[in-house]
Design a protein around this ligand. Structure first.
Ligand SMILES: CCCCCCCCCCCCCCCCC(=O)SCCNC(=O)CCNC(=O)[C@H](O)C(C)(C)COP(=O)(O)OP(=O)(O)OC[C@H]1O[C@@H](n2cnc3c(N)ncnc32)[C@H](O)[C@@H]1OP(=O)(O)O
Ligand SMILES: CCCCCCCC/C=C\CCCCCCCC(=O)OC[C@@H](O)COP(=O)(O)O
Length: 243
C-alpha cells in the first residue's frame, strides 16, 4: 500500500501520473499550499472580488473527508484559497502539471493529478488515495463536475469523489460558490467587481455505505448543492443560462 506521502513524492504506481524522482513530500505540499494561499488571497483586491463565507465550522469533522464543490472558472482558485483547510490536497486534471511554472507550483502544492481520458487510470489513483488518506489524515478536494462550467447551473456530477468517500468511509463536505454570471463572463468580455457567496454545508456521512450506494450519495449531494447554488445566486428555482 502506498502512503499519500509516497504518492506525492516519487510514485511508481502505474496509474499515477506524477513524474518519478521529483520529491514533493506531503509536508512540503502543505507548506507550499500555505504560501500559495497567502499570495492568491491578495488577488481579490486587484480583481475587485469580495467573498462572503458561511459554514466554515462544517470543516471541523474528525479526521479526513472529501470536499466537493462547484467549478465555474479560474476565479475558483481565489475562492478555493478563501476556505481551503490546511490539511487538504486537490484532485486536478493531469494537463495542469504541464502548465509551465503554474504546473510546477501546483505540483509542489500537492495536487493529485488524474487522467480524465482514462477512467481505469483515474480510478486506480483514487483507489490508492482512498486507502491512504485516513493514515495521512488529509482532506481531498474534488470538483465533481469534472470541468469548468459557468452557466449558473451545475453539470451532472461524475462519481469519482463519491466512490472515494465510500471506499475511505469518510464524510463528504459540499462547498457551494454562488454564480459568477452577473459579473464574469469571458465569452462576453464581462469582468466587473462582484461578490461571491460561499457556503460550506454540513458533512454527509458515508459510514456503512457500499459501492451500491454511490449513485444515491451522488444524487443527494447534487440536489443539495444545486438548491444551495440557486439560493446563493438569488434564483431559487431555475438557473439563468448566461451563454
Ligand atoms: C502566483 C501563484 C500562482 C499559482 C497559484 C496556484 C493556485 C492553485 C492551486 C490549486 C490547484 C487546484 C487544481 C484544481 C484543478 C481542477 C480540475 O482539474 S477539475 C478536473 C479534474 N477533476 C475531475 O475530473 C474530478 C471529477 N471526476 C471524476 O471523479 C470522474 O468520475 C473520474 C474519476 C475522472 C472518471 O471519469 P469518467 O469516466 O468520465 O467518470 P464517471 O462517468 O463518473 O465514471 C464512469 C464509471 O466508473 C465508475 N467510477 C468512477 N470513479 C470510480 C472510482 N473511484 N472507483 C470505482 N468506480 C468508479 C462510475 O461509477 C461509473 O460507473 P457506473 O457503472 O456508470 O456507475
Ligand atoms: C481573468 C481572470 C483571472 C483571475 C485569476 C484568479 C486567480 C488565479 C490563481 C491562480 C492561477 C493558477 C491556477 C491554476 C489552476 C487552474 C485550475 C483550473 O481552473 O483548471 C481547469 C480544470 O479544472 C478544468 O479544465 P477544463 O475546464 O476541463 O478545461
Amino acid at each position: 500500500m502506498f502512503s499519500l506521502t509516497e504518492l506525492l513524492s516519487a510514485s511508481t504506481h502505474p496509474g499515477y501520473s506524477r513524474p518519478c524522482g521529483f520529491p514533493a513530500l506531503l509536508l512540503t505540499a502543505f507548506l507550499f499550499c500555505r504560501i500559495i494561499k497567502t499570495v492568491v488571497k491578495t488577488f481579490k483586491y486587484f480583481f475587485g472580488v469580495r467573498f462572503e463565507v458561511k459554514g466554515l465550522e462544517n470543516f471541523e469533522v474528525e479526521g479526513p473527508a472529501i470536499i466537493v464543490s462547484n467549478h465555474q472558472s479560474i476565479l475558483d482558485m481565489m475562492g478555493l484559497m478563501e476556505v481551503l483547510p490546511d490539511d487538504c490536497v486537490q484532485v486536478g486534471k493531469k494537463e495542469l502539471m504541464y502548465a509551465g511554472t503554474v504546473g510546477l507550483i501546483i505540483y509542489l502544492g500537492g495536487v493529485i493529478f488524474i487522467n480524465r481520458k482514462s477512467t481505469t487510470s483515474a480510478k486506480m489513483v483514487m483507489a490508492e488515495v482512498a486507502k491512504t488518506m485516513a493514515a495521512d489524515k488529509v482532506k481531498v478536494w474534488v470538483y465533481p463536475e469534472g470541468t469548468r462550467n459557468c452557466t449558473g447551473d451545475l453539470l451532472p456530477f461524475k462519481k469519482g469523489a463519491f466512490h472515494l468517500a465510500v471506499q475511505a468511509q469518510v464524510p463528504v463536505i459540499p462547498v457551494v460558490y454562488s454564480s459568477f454570471t452577473t459579473f464574469y463572463n469571458p465569452k462576453k468580455n464581462l469582468f466587473t467587481s462582484g461578490k461571491i457567496k460561499v457556503e460550506v454545508l454540513p458533512a454527509i456521512e458515508t459510514k456503512g455505505l457500499t459501492s451500491g450506494d454511490v449513485s444515491d450519495l451522488t444524487d443527494r449531494c447534487f440536489r443539495t448543492m444545486r438548491e444551495t447554488l440557486f439560493r446563493l445566486s438569488g434564483c431559487p428555482s431555475e438557473a439563468k443560462d448566461s451563454s
